[in-house]
Design a protein around this ligand. Structure first.
Ligand code: FE2
Length: 392
């Protein structure tokens, strides 16, 4: 089995050396309202914004933060803004998975030389406090990757401490929900991985694209023979950045015992690839899931029969789950293991009315995998429940 590569620090000499996930930008129908949804349900702080009152004449954006996660929620406010057209076709979802680099222009040029298609040539916004440079390339479907480099007070270490995100942004006034979230933390720390759904037969194309253009490597590989295919109706390969900062599994639909969830996503996403889920990491799955559930996050239903087998499955791999088993069962948390350890995970239902983007809440205890053992376990537990009802 593959061992997790050891992360190495970003170097300044390599233009595609990534420092961090700078931010993840969503295009949404109504950024002002979406900001409150993510604040109330997932515990994000609504930190900064740009809109008509700050001189932003084309779009409104809200910066939401939690741990080292930065989300930008953007709506077009003019009929011609591209976010309007995208929301019409795809609904709310992820537009840009953006990476902090040392020199956005150099990263962009290298990616273009490697075969990327441009989405935005380098642009710099600056004021007396510093500058932010952004350049973007197109990846699968609706999604782009921006390279972002920052100077002065806009440098990443300052942003992490609550400094201004970019020229033109303004701080939110004190709002009740921000204080509430401080008092009742959800414990989300950073983006563990993010998953893209691509068209049937295109997985290997996009794997090669990440290898060629962004100089990523394959992290783990499940193929046709893998048991997960039969039960999950998907094939998946995991790409990782050179320094192992970002892990990006890529799914394509496959034949299985159930209708492919990837196919369903594509059908409701104008047959266009996009981000299927963002996985947010925590260090205490029980506390995070309990708090998120209390706030009304709609998690996937896990049948109680799942827990008939789960502890044995994990024990067979040599691991003893330290967390309270009863609490795990009550909260419906999923458990998986590999030869490096175990993990706790749970998936939300789609976050919008279309069955597209959802969020995963994950805690790793050594395991570096993505929970593929749960496909079979969930499928079999649903069958056991069906059997108990006499309907199998
Ligand atoms: Fe995941």
């Amino acid at each position: 089995m593959t061992t997790a590569p050891t992360p190495t620090p970003a170097t300044t000499t390599d233009p595609l050396s990534l420092i961090d996930i700078d931010h993840i930008r969503f295009y949404v129908g109504n950024a002002k309202q979406a900001a409150y949804f993510y604040a109330y349900t997932f515990g994000f702080t609504i930190e900064q914004y740009e809109d008509l009152t700050t001189g932003s004449r084309e779009q409104a954006t809200y910066l939401l933060t939690q741990g080292n996660i930065r989300l930008l929620l953007t709506s077009g406010i003019t009929p011609g803004h591209p976010a309007q057209e995208e929301v019409r076709r795809f609904g709310d979802g992820v537009k840009d998975v953006s990476m902090t680099v040392h020199n956005a222009e150099a990263s962009y040029e290298r990616a273009i030389k490697n075969g990327a298609i441009s989405d935005l040539e380098p642009v710099t916004w600056s004021d007396e406090n510093g500058s932010v440079t952004r350049a973007s390339i197109k990846t699968y479907g609706r999604v782009v990757h921006s390279f972002v480099s920052r100077t002065g007070s806009y440098a990443l270490p300052n942003i992490k401490k609550g400094g201004m995100f970019a020229p033109g942004f303004a701080k939110m006034n004190d709002i009740w929900v921000n204080q509430y979230n401080k008092d009742n933390p959800c414990g989300l720390l950073y983006t563990d991985h993010l998953v893209g759904n691509v068209e049937l037969g295109k997985m290997n194309y996009w794997v090669k694209w990440y290898e060629d253009v962004l100089e990523f490597k394959m992290f783990k590989h499940f193929d046709d023979e893998d048991i997960s295919t039969e039960y999950s109706a998907l094939m998946s390969k995991v790409m990782t950045s050179g320094n192992n900062l970002i892990k990006m599994p890529i799914n394509e639909p496959a034949e299985g015992k159930r209708k492919s969830q990837i196919q369903e996503y594509l059908e409701w996403h104008d047959m266009t690839p996009g981000v299927q889920h963002l996985a947010f990491r925590n260090d205490d799955e029980i506390s995070s899931v309990a708090e998120l559930s209390r706030r009304g996050v709609d998690f996937l239903y896990v049948p109680k029969s799942y827990y008939d087998e789960v502890w044995d499955r994990v024990a067979k791999l040599g691991w003893d789950v330290k967390e309270d088993h009863e609490r795990i069962r009550d909260l419906g948390i999923l458990v998986d293991a590999d030869d490096e350890g175990y993990l706790l995970q749970l998936f939300t239902k789609p976050l919008q009315d279309r069955p597209t983007l959802f969020i995963e809440i994950i805690c790793r205890r050594g395991s570096q995998s993505f929970g593929k053992g749960n496909f079979k376990a969930l499928f079999e537990s649903l069958e056991r429940e069906q059997d108990r009802r006499g309907n199998l």
